[in-house]
Design a protein around this ligand. Sequence first.
Ligand code: AMP
Ligand code: DBH
Length: 570
Amino acid sequence: MSVDARDTARPAPAEGDAPTWPAAFAERYRATGYWSGETFGEMLRTRAALHPDRIAVVDPAGTGRRWTYAELDARADRLAAGLRADGVRRGDRVVVQLPNVAEFFETVFALFRIGALPVFALPAHRDTEISYFCTFTEAVAYVVADVHEGYDYRELATRVRAQAPTLRHVYVVGDPGEHTALAGVPVPMDTAPHMSGNGPAQDPAPAEAGPAPHDLAFLQLSGGSTGVPKLIPRTHDDYLYSVRASAEICAVDEHGVYLVVLPAAHNFPLSSPGSLGTLAVGGRVVLCPSPDPDTAFPLIEREGVTLTGVVPPLALVWTEAARATTYDLGSLKSLLVGGAKLSETAARRVRPALGCTLQQVFGMAEGLVNYTRLDDDEETVVTTQGRPISPDDEIRIVDDEDRDVEPGTTGHLLTRGPYTIRGYWRAPEHNRRSFTEDGFYRTGDLVRVTGTGHLVVEGRAKDQINRGGEKIAAEEVENVILGHPAVHDVSVVPVPDDFLGERTCAYVILRAGAALRAPALRRFVRERGLAAFKVPDLVEFVDAFPHTGVGKVSKKDLRVTAATSHHETT
Ligand code: AMP
Ligand code: DBH
């Protein structure tokens, strides 16, 4: 079926939510075959038809569940029918905040089939972030777990519901409390018959046709550098290309077993090559309820895990734990490490400790992902952050005036390509700053390119803290702290940290006569309902900030101060 034929059969989603690729680029990406004209819903359908009985998802929690491709496919259809009956429509937004449980895949594939857009929240997000996602995206539904790691998401949902007028449904995995159980979403009678068999379900009725491949599939989150997180609109075509190409680069095939160690909704474990890359080639996805070696190592042995992705601090913990472990990690072929810079020292430890290949991955939810390749020499693997997925990923390294720097020199990384967005969702003003006029994304990373085309991350120009792979926009935390009555001004900067790479330090100027101690300020941030990883690790009270020549607060100088001064533990 041609893309055009589909277009006339259904209404297009709201125009203008996000800039897209100019027609000439889109044509080229289709002609080269990067954009294959398939949706995620169709991808799963195809896999389920090819090998219905192969295991797709393993959720070891509780008594353990193993869903075959046919089962995942049928579950996605059944839930899609139920959600449709509840009024969830193509183009609607649904905030999904689930831990690493099998229902994550049931939910997102159901939404993919409807053409409703999951908004991928992280389990760590709290009132501030979730209320923002729900109101800004005008979400119609919110999907949560009941209780996870001692936190009751149903109570969060109750509070968020009171704030977000568009939110009609809260679906809960587990005990729903006052909300609706995801497992109890009723299946309308007329769709039930084809859901009951083991085989793939029939095509849905034309009136409820799903999305086109060039439609948005979901909204991913950006770590960002602004007061509120930015939403990243990814299409079926572009994302499916990036996950398939990633699977190829990481040599994942139907025998691949991927362990989801990081939160399942994060772009790295979702797509690099992640769960979706693994499902796209018929492999097996194993959910890891917690990233510690005591949980992960037994699963690696039992399930014969062949690859997984972790952030640098976790890579350190794992290499340390591997020395003493009694579990057999022999099935592990490669460990992907990314999200933050991996030191060369840490990189050198991976192979000896874990007996597997290291693949560094430097990626971003906005698109561009770089991998060291399996046939790269050891020096390249331990000293670079890889090279782009696609021959059509365009890379520019520029100075502050957007002029190309000399080859091999460090500068700002700009990129454009077949799976890098052309703009954030509903953010026209921000887009003018974050993208060049000819559509390059300003990554905010300072990078140099080696003679072999590998990228080395040398620093960051964006106002962000990278806390072991968890990104914190300084402005978001500053805005919350400014809400404290005793605070006159605040500046949040990174402090180097041996384990996390960076931690956050809030420099605070108090109002004249005001008294405030660090613990009280940290409690204030937490109580405002910000994710715990955004609560400043350190708080320093000062009388003034260093200023730049034009009178702006000099974060550069503050960073140096933060790096060189002795901090009291707060
Ligand atoms: P986000 O845009 O929130 O998806 O975060 C992506 C950012 O994470 C990149 O722009 C980098 O700043 C950082 N990042 C990801 N992987 C690496 C890596 N391997 N080394 C250094 N920084 C990384
Ligand atoms: O940090 C990231 O966002 C990231 C890291 C590695 C990412 O999005 C990815 C790989 O796809």
